[in-house]
Design a protein around this ligand. Sequence first.
Ligand code: IMP
Length: 415
Amino acid sequence: MKADQIVGIQWGDEGKGKIVDLLAQKYDAVARYQGGHNAGHTIVVDGTTYALHLIPSGVLNPDAVNIIGNGVVVSPEALIKEMKQFDGLLGRLFVSESAHMILNFHILIDQAREKLRGKKAIGTTGRGIGPAYSEKIARGGFRLGELRDIDALTANVQEYFVQNKPILDALEIERPDEADIRAELTDYAEKLLPYLANTTQMAWKLLEDDKRLLLEGAQGTLLDIDHGTYPYVTSSSTISAGACTGLGVSPKDIGKITGIVKAYCTRVGNGPFPTEDFGEEGDRLRKQGNEFGTTTGRPRRCGWFDAVACRFASRINGCDDLSVMKLDVLDGFDEVKVCVAYEVDGQQIDHMPLDMEHAKPIYKSFPGWDKTEGVRKFEDLPETAKSYLLAIEEMTQTKIGMISTSPDRNDTILL
Ligand code: IMP
């Protein structure tokens, strides 16, 4: 059996939560492989609201196994808090013993660095994601499996503070007491050790046993550390290939890859966003789309569909199809715009340049429509909405497999 995968195609917040929630019902296992509790979505089931940041969406399917792979940076504190929402997770949630931990000082470093960046701040979620990944790459990180030996881990954390004293002093981050570190780590060990596993072996076994495994991407392609709008990106590989390093499946283990895309575009945090609309229409998208961050509550920047960026994202992920989310948010606009090329230094280009900051969008306009909200069949969509979707297929060179017309699970068109 091959694993299926869903990935974000824009700057995150594409509406992956609804799709994963829909799909999770059909899978035996759901795995996260990158990012951390910077991600987030809320799912309402039978009137109860669940906030998910780290635990895969399969947790809402009582029969599914949930895996947090080695490529995720795990804040034990955030994970323990999130786990409290659910009963009976033992045997249903497995966390990689080699996933790196986000400890309190990573969060302090993240926030201190953002302050120092001033006007050039990335606008991170302040969750310690960047520092935890930096230390992993610099070979100075701490893995969850190390919680098995609290003496050694406490000594290593102390040693980290000694080695990094000049930097931490400059950032005004104080070394915690040894007793406090030990107490904190002991608490994490008590609560998390029963969930630790070799998740790579688990993923292989699931596939060997013909179980259906869903790989759940977080954030979006344009926030990828290598291929996104660097330096205004997150610190992980958000593209489909991230599952290979972040879970240990091989490229050959991955079957269908679905790209999740909004019918327009949003971004949280700073950095280039060529199709951002600073006027009334941008405000209207924010209002109609309720575009406020689930993790930080920040208002999202809003703008038009960028077909150049999406074609790139679809290609780099190897998308088999696209799920177009929030089509109904465009209801009532007289015209909707799509960016079909950029102008950079007076030249027209049809690919993403290294420096997106100076890329000006060249738009094609499409006539708007009255209402798509709640439509469940393609043939019931207004003709102008159909034309818009068909143009997106053509411009991104990827077929559309699913269209969402409201947050409701049932308001979904399958093609
Ligand atoms: P970090 O991941 O907290 O380091 O933040 C880096 C950038 O990625 C910032 O612009 C964040 O707003 C953005 N970001 C991180 N996680 C998400 C997400 O789940 N959705 C949308 N943007 C995100």
